[in-house]
Design a binder for this molecule. Structure first.
Ligand SMILES: [Zn+2]
Length: 333
């Protein structure tokens, strides 16, 4: 089974200064008329690095749209990957949110500091077990022994990457025992899902085109896609705002939500990603590109939101945006 790709919907980390360029990957500003009123959305970083400008763009969209539409922002710590998540990164991102003046409607950052909470994925194992049981009862869960080598061998033999329903090893029909370090997949079925992305417009995509959905990897981690679908349903999130790198992951998440009984899946808005002039990807942990470094260097939250808005293509200049007025780029003009 391939590893969870670890998307965070925030795009590549960007260096500060003139290496940053405005996003050129689609329209940036949603039509205020298509935004739902009073949505429940969420800001959901993974504590695998420091908060960076890509996160800040996502935060601008999330809090900005909630502010402009009378919505609410939930904070969720997505630490499903137990090997890569670090408590010190969680502590740092909570502190950074406080410094930026980004206040979630639920729960407050102090809740995470106080101990376990359903809004931290590593505290919610029972919720994922219950969802897995539900999928088992439907006969959709199977153990998959495919590794990266399985995918590579398939590709080497045929000269193209593996695509299709199931997995390259055909593991569902093998009924492999779920012992040892074996991953689990859920059969998501054929056909396509159609939805209207609030920025990308109408989309039709096949949930199973890239294979059945991994729900638990061979190291025992719940996968990103599985957790977010379960969490969003449980917490009543009805508007998912994230980076365009996750657009292709959406069809399978809508399908899974339906399989788990969510009659009306959440709506989605995939925003542009900020880009680096060289196209290079930097490490999340690079201190000189972190939001806290910029704050420490004297940049104000309003200035940083102005920068984020320019990088996203929401405004032509870096005109500061006060955190209290964060809905400004998304209001009807
Ligand atoms: Zn397999």
């Amino acid at each position: 089974m391939t590893a969870d790709p670890e998307p965070d919907g925030t795009g590549d980390l960007l260096a500060a200064g003139d290496l940053l360029v405005p996003a050129a990957n689609g329209s940036a500003r949603p039509d205020p008329r298509v935004l739902p009123s009073s949505p429940v959305t969420r800001f959901a970083p993974a504590p695998t690095g420091l908060l960076h400008l890509g996160h800040l763009v996502n935060a601008l969209y999330t809090w900005g749209i909630a502010c402009a539409t009378g919505g609410r922002v939930l904070l969720r710590i997505e630490d499903h990957d137990r090997q890569r998540s670090r408590p010190e990164f969680e502590a740092a991102l909570l502190e950074d949110l406080d410094r930026l003046g980004l206040v979630p409607d639920e729960p407050p950052t102090s809740t995470f500091r106080a101990g376990p909470t359903p809004f931290r994925q590593s505290d919610a194992a029972g919720v994922y077990e219950a969802a897995l049981d539900q999928l088992r009862d439907l006969g959709l869960v199977y153990a998959c022994a495919c590794s990266r080598a399985t995918f590579a061998a398939w590709e080497a033999e045929r000269g193209r990457p593996w695509r299709g329903i199931g997995c390259p090893g055909g593991c569902r029909s093998l009924a492999l025992p779920e012992d040892g370090d074996i991953g689990l997949r859920v059969a998501v079925g054929a056909g396509s899902e159609r939805w209207v992305d609030l920025l990308a417009g109408p989309v039709a995509d096949e949930p199973a085109a890239g294979g059945d959905l991994p729900v638990r990897d061979r190291a025992g981690n719940w996968t990103y896609a599985f957790c977010v679908v379960v969490d969003d349903a449980l917490h009543g999130v009805d508007l998912v705002i994230r980076g365009r790198d996750l657009l292709e992951a959406t069809a399978v998440q809508i399908r899974l939500a339906r399989i788990l009984g969510r009659e009306v899946p959440p709506r989605f808005l995939h925003h542009p990603l900020v880009q680096r002039v060289t196209g290079q990807k930097l490490s999340k942990a690079a201190g000189d590109t972190a939001v806290r470094s910029l704050l420490d260097a004297g940049r104000t939250p309003a200035e940083l939101f102005g920068t984020a808005a320019r990088l996203a293509g929401l405004q032509a200049t870096e005109t500061p945006i006060d955190p209290e007025d964060i809905g400004r780029p998304f209001r009807t003009v």
